[in-house]
Design a protein around this ligand. Structure first.
Ligand code: SAM
Ligand SMILES: CC(C)=CCC/C(C)=C/CC/C(C)=C/C(=O)O
Length: 276
């Protein structure tokens, strides 16, 4: 998941969901109206950070996108780093650099937190990044068949050695019976207030199987050798068919459409410390 150009071209699901989420939630955010400081965690190529900008008051002070991947950060800076918007490397489950503590009025994160094993550390870092009174809006993957397909491939002789650590890349909420409760409890424990966590049922239809292939390739976390990638994707799509995810009703002509049913978790909260 390091190829910024491929991600830029193949992130239509992620962009649609970020826009839908911002349309619903951005109006309830308590913008300061003047000099808001905003961070976007897991910015990748920067295209969603750029969308986020259009929901912010124009006289914001700073918009900082951050990502664990140096390549993504370079691409984002080259394409969207302008004026008060910039991008830097940050591991949200690592040690938080001092200069980021208590420094932002609003923290956003789209399609990133499900990649993180140490959820408590990531949520604590988000809390620590916020200034007193600051808020966060976080969207991440709950359940999706993409992870079931990874797990099935990891049990095949052909791919098992490449997908050994498969559960490292499955959303911590994929198998959860009550993700809303789990996330709310975690946020409460850390000290967030005004917590709102919702698990939403989503549908995205891929009009062409090649678009789906590229979208899967763009977020593929496994180190498959380049010359085996096409083969991997063929086997991936075969399993998508076996799992009956191909949308039969629409597959009369030549183009094959695939219906992706999944859930996203949208969590928001505020940091209010006692001496406020
Ligand atoms: C699927 S992309 C989401 C990008 C963008 N927010 C969007 O909605 O299109 C997930 C990004 O999270 C980044 N990421 C993964 N683990 C991370 C971590 N521990 N700290 C910061 N970023 C991380 C990846 O490098 C990747 O660029
Ligand atoms: C039918 C099927 C398996 C579709 C998968 C579609 C897809 C590429 C979903 C994105 C899932 C994901 C984990 C996104 C991300 O992290 O950005």
């Amino acid at each position: 998941m390091n190829n910024a150009e491929l991600y830029r071209k193949s992130n239509s699901l992620q962009k649609r969901d970020a826009v839908e989420c911002l349309e619903e939630y951005a109006k309830n955010i308590k913008w300061k109206k003047y000099a808001d400081r905003v961070i976007d965690i897991g910015c990748a190529d920067g295209s969603v950070t750029n969308i986020l900008k259009s929901y912010m008051p124009i006289n914001y002070k700073q918009l900082l996108g951050c990502d664990i991947s140096e390549k993504m950060v370079k691409f984002a800076n080259d394409h969207h780093g302008v004026g008060r918007t910039s991008f830097r490397v940050l591991n949200i489950e690592g040690e938080l650099p001092d200069e980021l503590r208590d420094s932002f009025d609003h923290a956003f994160s789209f399609y990133t937190l499900h990649w993180i094993r140490n959820q408590e550390k990531a949520f604590k870092n988000i809390f620590d990044i916020l200034a007193n009174g600051g808020d966060c809006l976080l969207l991440f993957m709950g359940h999706t068949p993409i992870f079931d397909v990874y797990r099935k491939l990891s049990r095949s002789n052909k791919w098992s050695s490449w997908l050994k650590d498969v559960d490292r890349y499955v959303s911590p909420y994929h198998d959860s019976r009550n993700p809303e409760k789990e996330v709310s409890k975690l946020m409460e424990k850390i000290g967030f207030t005004d917590i709102d966590v919702r698990c939403k049922n989503m549908v995205y239809v891929y009009d062409d199987i090649n678009v789906l292939k590229k979208s899967v390739a763009a977020i593929n976390p496994f180190d498959i050798p380049k010359d085996s990638l096409d083969d991997f994707m063929e086997d991936y799509i075969e399993l998508v068919r076996e799992l009956r995810l191909v949308d039969k009703a629409n597959n009369i002509g030549k183009t094959i459409t695939v219906r992706h049913n999944y859930t996203v978790i949208v969590a928001s909260g505020r940091k209010l410390t006692q001496n406020s």
